[in-house]
Ligand binder design. Structure first.
Ligand code: SF4
Length: 441
């Protein structure tokens, strides 16, 4: 049986795209191999967000050329955000002409056709449609987890934050219809899925052709039998509506957690980033969320060292972190992305200063995360089991409703059958990024 291997970089949208690609390959008779050197087909699903994305991408891609020597039928495929950029396609054609197949984020459904044509004709195949007006078809994906699933609800982004390449690579925002999303989730629930993550670059601006908004979708998914947990990613603070906030009160399956990227705590930086909200407006949304759900956990994204960031701007970010008291945060040092407005800003911040500020910010966040986690010690929490703990193969790990990662042991032998089940765990210790506990039920 021919085999495949997929390498995934980037966000959960990319992870879900990889699940879809795996589903397509398995439908064609391929089987997964964890060892890329044994694969007949390798798919590299790329991301252009990270620092030095181009350099890293071409560096990693170069390593696969040698497989062509050991396996004359080896097929190399590249998809995701990188080949959505014309300059990247040019460079692949010029310097990596041994790559066999290129396709875009909107044309994953074309992949089986491209692959069979490549096998039949031996010719290189390309299908990139940037900014397609159509919603891609739903693909029978190969889920990473039996009990939880990623579900796309919007594609693309209209926001044009000045540092971000996504609107140029994933195109204009499009929403699926509420009915289609609900049908897909019903099928998933029948297949044993208990938890869904609704995905989009900005899920809050979901609006289908019948005028349904994101809060309507949450309420509809909340009605689906078998779905116990609803999560979503990512939220743009400017588009969080009061109706959505109220769902934390009315929808029992909506998890008590939100990822609300702030990016910076100073109004002047938020303006330069083109974020369309002020510090005060952001804090107002947080206050409303906590009014409806006082113990909601909140995580965020923050960029440090954005062009023009002054000492005062950075202090504003630090003070916002202390005011909100995030449960966790993804922190990034700004680095320019070619093709974005911020890459052309003249007042770039020296690296040394970026790193100094970054370290101070991370220390402040970690201190708060640890304090917040310590408040769980002694409590009994419900954990949906996800698998063997990464740190200790004698323990299992899972997430609470409010997205805390819990590693736990039990006196009885641990059983993989528990994966996907809800168990009660008493928390015995708190770390910055996780909790430890013992199963009680
Ligand atoms: S909202 Fe801003 S940061 Fe998020 S994908 Fe759109 S442009 Fe990028």
């Amino acid at each position: 049986m021919p085999s495949y291997h997929i390498i995934t970089y980037g966000c959960q949208m990319n992870e879900h795209d990889s699940e879809n690609i795996a589903g397509l390959l398995e439908a064609m008779g391929y089987e997964h191999t964890p060892d890329s050197s044994k694969a007949d087909v390798v798919v590299m699903n790329t991301c252009s967000i990270r620092e030095n994305a181009d350099k890293r991408f071409f560096g990693s891609l170069g390593q696969f050329k040698k497989y062509k020597k050991t396996n004359k039928d080896f097929i190399m495929c590249v998809c995701g955000c990188m080949p959505q950029q014309p300059r990247i396609i040019e460079k692949i054609k010029e310097s990596f002409s041994w790559v066999d197949i290129l396709f875009g984020t909107q044309t994953i459904g074309e992949f089986p056709k491209l692959l069979s044509e490549r096998i039949r004709t031996g010719r290189k195949q390309i299908s990139i449609i940037d900014n397609s007006p159509d919603i891609p078809e739903v693909i029978e994906s190969k889920r990473m987890f039996r009990h939880k699933a990623l579900v796309n609800i919007t594609y693309g982004c209209n926001n044009f934050c000045t540092y971000c390449i996504v609107p140029y690579t994933r195109g204009r925002e499009k929403s699926r219809s509420l009915k289609d999303v609900v049908c897909e989730i019903r099928r998933l629930a029948e297949d044993g899925v208990k938890e869904v993550m609704l995905l989009g670059q900005n899920v809050n601006s979901f609006r289908d052709s019948e005028g349904n908004r994101f809060a309507d979708l949450i309420k509809a998914v909340d009605e689906i039998e078998g779905i116990e947990r609803i999560r979503f990613m990512t939220s743009h603070p400017k588009d969080i509506s009061d109706e959505l906030i109220d769902c934390y009160r009315t929808c029992s399956s909506l998890c008590n957690n939100i990822h609300l990227p702030v990016q910076a705590g100073s109004d002047s930086l938020l303006k330069r980033m083109n974020r369309h909200y002020t510090r005060a407006q952001y804090l107002e949304k947080v206050a409303k969320l906590r009014e409806v759900s006082p113990d909601i956990t909140i995580s965020t994204d923050i960029i440090v060292g954005f062009p023009g960031e002054t000492d005062e701007d950075f202090e504003d970010t630090l003070s916002l972190v202390k005011e909100v008291r995030y449960d966790s945060a993804f922190t990034f040092i700004y680095s320019p992305r070619e093709g974005t407005p911020a890459a052309e800003f003249e007042d770039q911040i020296p690296e040394r200063l970026q790193h100094e500020r970054f370290d101070r910010l991370v220390d402040a966040i970690n201190e708060i995360s640890l304090e917040k986690n310590q408040a769980y010690v002694g409590r009994e929490v419900e954990v949906l089991v996800e698998g063997i703990s990464r740190n200790n193969d004698k323990a299992l790990s899972g997430r609470t409703d409010d997205f805390k990662l819990v590693n736990f042991t039990s006196e009885a032998p641990l059983d993989e059958e528990m994966i996907g089940k809800a168990v009660k765990v008493r928390i015995t210790d708190a770390k910055t990024f996780s909790l430890d506990g013992v199963i009680t039920e």
